[in-house]
Design a protein around this ligand. Structure first.
Ligand code: AR6
Length: 174
């Protein structure tokens, strides 16, 4: 993969709610009214104003994305996307790729320079991390090839194990 594209992607380990980025991505459910995992953590850190704005949106289908403000988060915006529940079908990968593509498109439209993604669908929704990582990175790389924004995409993994999966994949494509 081209160095200019690789240089626009970063892997980190940590808590996405602490990240000072133009936008962080939330692995939401289709109600957009909160839940557990990273969704619960984002709502807790952003405060009740985030839920109030989400209520005005009226939900989001799987694979699509919606943008809100970040309220009390260090991040200025939250891009909420709904990953697929993993069932081992081809359609799961199409929907997961759509989450990345649609989130990046919203970022571009909103002039976002730095965006951070958690491992969408890799918690409660059961997507295997290795497969999800490939989809996340390949979809993002294709988008970055075609667009000047976002300038930087951070993949932020909660566990050391998941970070190692991303780092190993980047080694294979560098
Ligand atoms: N920062 C970064 N990553 C995190 C954080 C955090 N603070 N907390 C968890 N993760 P999940 P899903 C990782 O279950 O599989 C919710 O209830 C976590 O280790 O949050 O897309 C929603 O409302 C995992 O790798 O999201 C939906 O109902 C990844 O984030 C449902 O869960 C995603 O795990 C969505 O399930």
């Amino acid at each position: 993969m081209k160095k200019e594209i690789l240089d626009r992607m970063e892997v980190r380990q940590g808590d996405i709610t602490r990240l000072d980025a133009d936008a962080i991505v939330n692995a939401a459910n289709s109600s957009l009214l909160g839940g557990g995992g990273v969704d619960g953590a984002i709502h807790r850190a952003a405060g009740p104003e985030l839920l109030a704005e989400c209520r005005t949106i009226g939900g989001c289908p799987t694979g699509e994305a919606r943008i809100t403000k970040g309220y009390h988060l260090p991040a200025r915006h939250v891009i909420h996307t709904v990953g697929p529940v993993y069932r081992g079908k081809l359609r799961d990968s199409t929907l997961l790729a759509a989450c990345y593509e649609n989130s990046l498109r919203l970022a571009l439209e909103n002039h976002i320079r730095t965006i951070a993604f958690p491992a969408i669908s890799c918690g409660v929704y059961g997507y295997p991390i290795k497969d999800a990582c490939r989809i996340a990175v390949d979809t993002t790389a294709r988008f970055l090839e075609a667009h000047p924004l976002p300038e930087t995409v951070i993949f932020i993994l909660f566990s050391a194990k998941d970070r190692a999966v991303y780092e190993a994949y980047f080694k294979t494509i560098s």
